[in-house]
Design a protein around this ligand. Sequence first.
Ligand code: PEP
Length: 269
Amino acid sequence: MSLVVKNEIINQVTPNNMRSKIVAGNWKMNKKFDEADELLYQITDELNNNPIDNVQLVICPPSLYLELATDFADASEIKIGVQNVSEHKSGAYTGEISVEMLSSVDVEFCIIGHSERRKYFAETSEQLANKVNNLLEFGIEPIFCIGEQLEEREADKHFEIVKKQISEGLFHLSPSEFSNIVVAYEPVWAIGTGVTASPEQAQEMHAFIRGVISEKYGTELAEETSILYGGSCNAKNAKELFSNTDVDGGLIGGASLVAKDFIAIANSF
Ligand code: PEP
């Protein structure tokens, strides 16, 4: 995409603070039961000592620990999410977990399209779109992940790739359906690598994404959409990343496994 076209899209939107700030922890495939229990206790303790202000905290543990986590969430301002859901509604799909099951244990968010699922489980845009539809039917908010690979950024294709991912996965939705979507920009080269996008790179892409949403659904809805940054965000760099107008919080992997760091990140606005 030419720079002129990119800048036209970015400039269509003047950001403001209408949208929710969200910090979501993606525990991935980590922690045994006792460790998960302990981490939830530690997070609650940290929250008591360092209360967060006006930020929605979401924890996405492995699904096996959902009941444990929702019990903690009931007693705090934390909301519980999951890392994946089946694209099928019910039936003979061995090993899968349906959206109806998640809804029955009070799950409120679901990460969709994480680059690890796109890469290791070959999830397609069509599957992701189906998952989004199922979640919305049951009132669970998708945290929809998009982001380019390093080679794509190096080839200056990052805007094109991100626009394609968001269009294919989400733009079949009506405006009222889309209003329940949280977007997470996660450059693949930054996930779990210790290499973080610079605050400028994050702001540039977030503004672009908001512009793309604005083109499709109008400025008002674009302004209301929370766009999170993910990729080696930690207690040290969160403040600088979150200070950008279009960065509304973070999707946090590694640092969400350390209670002190996770709550420090949530206190970084
Ligand atoms: C993630 O997996 O969504 C993520 C952002 O991981 P990390 O923070 O470890 O880079």
